[in-house]
Design a protein around this ligand. Sequence first.
Ligand code: TPP
Ligand code: MG
Length: 371
Amino acid sequence: MTQADTSADLAAASGAPSCSADSTHVAGPHAERLENLYPATPAEVSREDGLMLYRDMVLGRRFEDKCAEMYYRGKMFGFVHLYNGQEAVSTGVIKAMKPQYDWFCSTYRDHVHALSCGVPAREVMSELFGKETGCSKGRGGSMHLFSREHHLLGGYAFIGEGIPVALGAAFTSRYKRDALGDASSDAVTAAFFGDGTCNIGQFYECLNMAALWKLPILFVVENNKWAIGMDHNRATSDPEIWRKAAAFGMAGEEVDGMDVLAVRAAAQRAIDRARAGEGPTLLECLTYRYRGHSLADPDELRAAEEKEFWAKRDPIKRLAAQLVSQSLVSSDELAAIDKEIDAHVADCVEFALAAPEPKPEELTRYIWAED
Ligand SMILES: Cc1ncc(C[n+]2csc(CCOP(=O)(O)OP(=O)(O)O)c2C)c(N)n1
Ligand SMILES: [Mg+2]
């Protein structure tokens, strides 16, 4: 099967019109790279895994659609950065890792990472409403989700701030094994960050140290083509970020970030290398955010054709189409899952709205670690 055949087949399977060379051209070099990445055959998946991945992506999508609704109804405040469109990256990487064992580090676009890590959706929603029941006890808000229990090392408002933190977690894993003699210490860390973040110093410094010490870390670049209003292709010396790995002698890979199975397979290769002591990987996932940079962004800069190109490659519809076409699930089953998740998200909102605010007299609590 040729690449072109596959691309058309997948589009047909998802019910989307196939993408002509013209529309790829209009959508630009980022889209062209994605088109060249289609695998000859879709990756295989079991029914059980397929449903697990589907559930996780739908939870991320519906949860965030609800956030947008709450924000525009004036119920949620502050900066809120949504992840719609990028779900295959969070699900594909995190679900390939070991929950509550491996480590995860996010950015300000962190809600879906937290959900994939297993932080209860009620706690994530509560945090967005600044409630005591939030995963950061209502002190963090949207950009500062944290969960010790689920090994989520935090969301960070400053770009690149999480990368050295993730590096520290990876170093700990290696230090326990090599210096403290704990042969079983093989936890892997995933650091998520965007394309724009790859133009700042911390990125390069951390790649250098990770390669030098062969640390068990995945640098997961969520290349959604935009850094607020800056087009990636105008802002960086070589837009193919994964190639920068070569300068440090580490593994680098690019993957279709709209294909959860492709992301999962690439992540698995990187995780295997990391656990085997073979060091870090720079994994560049080509993806797209459907909404503006934050909910305060009117999103007027990006071309309609570009948005259309990416909407046709929706990761959730794509996985659904594959599961149904391979007779692993029925459309009715998937519809029932969607409904169940909608009810769950509605329950999270009710729970969060009814939850108590942090007490003013406890304003300084949780600044330092508690027992
Ligand atoms: C150190 C620092 N400089 C500048 C900013 C302002 N800023 C917020 S988001 C952003 C763009 C980041 O783009 P990218 O890394 O591609 O992530 P995305 O928002 O696309 O997920 C910038 C420059 C910041 N938060 N931190
Ligand atoms: Mg970006």
